[in-house]
Ligand binder design. Structure first.
Ligand code: ADP
Length: 646
């Protein structure tokens, strides 16, 4: 038995390399999870943090609901199999497999029983007396697996275990590892950069890029509903065709003009057109149209194409074509042996149920399942207003909102998979009406309308829910999965609790200069602020400060970004955490004299985390001064009341 929970895990290596960012994943007992992505995307780092071979910079790792961040590797009940088999050359297979048990002083009769059993599972019983050098690569890998099996761990971690094997053996070992997972009935976490390996082995695939999870789901879902361009093009072979397009609108219909050419226009289905229209995207912009080679046929009608090359692969044919205006090939895959020849002119008939459209900047998918729903909303004290509906929130939720969240033109963001059907204490109900439904292999996608809101609320529903078009439903939005964004995709919902940024201060004006002395801390000096001398509460606004960037802080930053440290308008701060947003960066800093940590939202020019301690420019409109009633009365009364009654 082992389930794992990774919550907001970050890894920053010495030197500031951010290898893993905000990694969140629930791993069910007995599942087979594959982490996949290009080299350097943080897969191994994540696995090594689970193994306890690498410290976790921030976030929580639970194994079976126990927090294990500080539990030593050897006490985590896991076994790890590496790419290099790391067998002891002077020991036999039997000794290699039994060695870890021997170290733990397990009785030799028990070691024997376990090694023999593992050898049987792996079909290496006849190799037990051999030394590693007398084994093939595949056999060595099996011994490495055997060494992990004998320990009967709750979690198996495998880091590219097949990459030293030749192609044929790799395919064979893939099946063997899948079978082994079934036999052992334990949790497997497997790392690979090979998308085919990932798609054929895992029940959950986690696609990573640049330290971030891009999408985590069943293989078929990743294939059918990639949330962004990266996932769409990383999975699938040959890779998805991506063609730049303009959109054309004719009445209710929307089409894609591939490479902007009139004769390359294809029309979306009515449902797709509705989704595009309601999403509120700019119809004048250029987008990236996507279609997999698997979903193009040769038709009587379609986009004109010229055949450049034909690959007959026995059971299928890959045809490389050119279309007018497009630099690369448009590739199609036919399950049949076709009679198409090089230089033929054909028509590409595209299955419009299976096409994609991506934003060129954000690279988010705009058709089908989105990475998240983004609905225009208003945020007021204690509630989010969505059309005619209200979503009340509690103090706990409010403590994670930056002050900029409270505005009329905000967006509520929630992932489709977080929308629930049952009420709980921490979710909020909302009424919706189902406009249309798209079927997928594992679920249906529901496109529903909230009264007074134009974009659809899009969510997944199990097929056995029997939701129909026109149904009026109540669904639930869990508060801890609702983020508040602005039009720039900057979030005002923080993982960390947001502090009120308050310090006690004394104000004194002399010779045309106002000095604000922060309690036990630093001084800020401004041209006369016209404020009476006295005691104040100094409230630092969250979104007015700028970090002072000097040569000392950032050697490679261009001259124009450097700030001149002048007069007295700055505070020294030290940053202990940051949440990178889109154009903004929320930082949590320590400033002497403030009651608690200070939360600031600053322009995201570069990672502040690395700077750690720096100066912060505080403009004259960057704070409020709230007068504090003089405590003199109390002091005056003190001696009186202190007098013993006679
Ligand atoms: P992957 O397994 O996906 O190839 P890794 O997790 O090995 O990626 O690496 C993620 C990033 O962290 C890379 O930029 C890599 O250079 C960096 N990195 C890995 N290990 C260390 C280390 N010990 N010290 C500093 N940087 C590291």
């Amino acid at each position: 038995m082992a389930s794992l929970k990774l919550k907001h895990i970050y890894k920053v290596y010495g030197g500031g390399v951010r290898a893993v960012n905000d990694f969140n994943l629930d791993i069910k007992d007995k599942s087979f999870v594959v982490l996949v992505g290009p080299s350097g995307c943080g897969k191994s780092t994540t696995l090594r943090m689970v193994a306890g071979l690498e410290t976790i910079t921030s976030g929580q790792l639970y194994i079976d609901n126990t927090l294990v961040n500080d539990v030593e590797s050897k006490n985590r009940d896991i076994a790890m199999v590496f790419q290099s088999y790391a067998l002891y050359p002077h020991m036999t297979v039997y000794q290699n497999m039994g060695f870890s048990l021997k170290l733990r002083h397990v009785k030799s009769a028990i070691i024997k029983e376990k090694v023999l059993k593992a050898a049987e599972v792996l079909e290496i019983s006849d190799l037990l007396d051999r030394k590693p050098k007398e084994l093939s690569g595949g056999q060595r890998q099996r011994v490495a697996l055997g060494r992990a099996i004998v320990r009967e761990p709750n979690v198996f971690l495998l880091d590219e275990p097949l990459s030293n094997l030749d192609a044929k053996l790799r395919v064979q070992m893939r099946t063997e590892i899948t079978k082994l997972h079934e036999k052992l009935q334990t949790t497997f976490i497997y790392v690979t950069h090979d998308q085919t390996e990932a798609m054929t082995m895992g029940d959950t695939i986690v696609v990573m890029n640049k330290g971030y999870i891009q999408q985590a789901d069943a293989p078929v879902t990743l294939f059918e509903d990639p949330v962004n361009l990266f996932v769409a093009t990383f999975l699938g072979s040959p890779q998805m065709n991506i063609i730049e397009s303009e959109l054309v609108v004719k009445g209710n219909k929307i089409g894609a003009k591939l490479e902007g050419l009139e004769n390359n226009t294809i029309w979306f289905r009515d449902e797709t057109a509705k989704q595009i229209r309601n999403s509120g995207i700019d119809l004048e912009k250029k987008y990236l149209f996507g279609v997999r080679p698997d979903h193009i046929r040769i038709g009587q009608t379609g986009v004109d194409a010229h055949v450049e090359a034909v690959e007959q692969l026995g059971d299928e044919t890959i045809i490389y074509t050119n279309i007018e205006g497009h630099k690369g090939h448009v590739i199609m895959k036919s399950p049949l042996v076709t009679h198409v020849r090089v230089n033929d002119d054909i028509k590409l008939d595209i299955d419009m149920q299976r096409v994609y459209l991506f934003d060129k900047d954000s690279e988010h998918s705009l058709i089908g399942m989105p990475s998240y729903n983004k609905l225009p909303c208003k945020v007021e004290d204690g509630k989010i207003i969505l059309g005619t509906s209200e979503i009340p929130f509690d103090e706990e939720y409010g403590s994670h909102l930056l002050s900029g969240a409270y505005a009329d033109n905000r967006f509520l963001a929630i992932k489709p998979e977080h929308i629930e059907f049952e009420e709980t204490e921490s979710n909020r109900s909302i009424k919706v009406k189902v406009d249309f439904i798209e079927e997928r292999t594992n679920y249906n996608i529901i496109f529903a309308q909230i009264d007074g809101v134009i974009p659809y609320l899009i969510f997944k529903a199990n097929k056995d829910r029997k939701i129909k078009v026109g149904d009026e439903l109540v669904v639930y939005l869990p508060l801890d999965h609702i983020a508040i964004y602005d039009e720039n995709d900057d979030s005002y919902f923080c993982r960390e609790v947001v502090f009120p940024n308050v310090a006690d201060a004394t104000v004194k004006t002399k010779d045309g200069k106002t000095t604000i002395s922060i309690n036990r801390g630093q001084k800020l000096v401004y041209e006369d602020l016209g404020v009476a001398d006295g005691k104040y509460q100094f409230v630092l606004k969250q979104d007015k400060c700028e970090p002072v960037i000097t040569r000392k802080v950032a050697k490679t930053i261009p001259e124009e970004v450097l700030t001149k440290v002048n007069n007295g308008e700055f505070l020294s701060v030290s940053c202990y955490d940051e949440e990178p947003q889109h154009k903004m960066n929320t930082i949590f800093v320590k400033i002497k004299g403030f009651e608690e940590y200070v939360t600031l939202n600053i322009k995201n020019q570069f990672s502040v985390y690395k700077m750690s301690s720096f100066k912060m420019k505080v403009p004259a409109d960057g704070f409020e001064l709230i007068p504090v009633a003089e405590e003199t009365e109390e002091i005056k009364e003190d001696p009186e009341t202190a007098k013993p009654e006679q």
